[in-house]
Design a protein around this ligand. Sequence first.
Ligand SMILES: *Cc1c(COP(=O)(O)O)cnc(C)c1O
Length: 367
Amino acid sequence: MIPFLDLKKINAQYEIELKEACSRVIDSGWYILGNEVTEFEKEFATYCETEHCLGVANGLDALVLILRAYIEMGIMQKGDEVIVPSNTYIASILAISENGLTPILVEPNIDTFNLDPTLVEQAITGKTKAILTVHLYGQVTGMDELNAIAKKHNLKIIEDCAQAHGALYKGKKVGSLGDAAGFSFYPGKNLGALGDGGAVTTNDSELATTIAALRNYGSHEKYKNLYKGMNSRLDEIQAAMLRVKLRYLDNEIQARQSVAKAYLEGIHNQFIELPVVEDVNAHVWHLFVIKTTQRVELAKHLNDNGVHSLIHYPIPPHRQLAYQEWKDDSFPISEEIHEQVLSIPISSVMDSKIINEVIRLVNKYNV
Ligand SMILES: *Cc1c(COP(=O)(O)O)cnc(C)c1O
């Protein structure tokens, strides 16, 4: 069976260094907010070309904390609206509602799966305070258009970079393209820890200071609490794992890009639409997502022949039971995407034999 993502094999490449880093933390006797987190924050800020990075517990909390900080800073208040793509992973939306803010769903472009800037402007009201854009599957959103809209309407731009570590827009790294960004280091992400982890990057010093307190019970000085904060810290042990894996992130991205190039060149099937890519080398290919009206049959054909595929995502957010308030709303582009997408294996540990086998089987699919 060709697995969708062989995490064990991915981490085995770095086994010696990961075990050394693990021992270093055990031997240090210091397990929360110590040297490993501080060093990782510096290294990841440098990588993302931002001034600040704050390690937090996971990607959802990274986004929750950015919005919470804007509320504490008086920039947003409960009831304000945040624009978010209607086809994103649910976590982007949860971060908004968790703060008592209102998520406003805006449809993506059917080809790129990313927010459609022309629809964003129509959704802005007097209560809109931010656009939470998601670089879905690893491809960056049209940031120039979004930044222009944000400037015109005085909105914050928050990037959800959970699927896009290292992706580029006009040569600049994601995480540095808006006012603040949230990253996830969930094990299956392109930069994955060996457990949960997340980070915020920003060039806004006040935002960084506020989040540093909020992630640590709202404490700005030991035993003094400025805010009603959370406990959401990146563990020392995960920071140590991430410092190892960050050194190889660019290799990981290049390997994924070569799989994507092989798929884009090799897959030819009238029943399948390949992803529309602006720049194959700027995209970091967290997922390789094809579209087909025959998803059930194609997935079965692949599975019967030993290739594991997944759906990202089968149910659109407005059809989730958690968001009953949207049950009568319709987002046709998002619905079409959710009905037709299928993700085929992509990772840094696929050799050409495996890649060619996936291509052969996808091309062989016939009704
Ligand atoms: C994974 C993911 C998140 C959440 O990250 P966690 O670390 O799992 O909390 C948020 N947004 C997107 C787009 C994701 O893919």
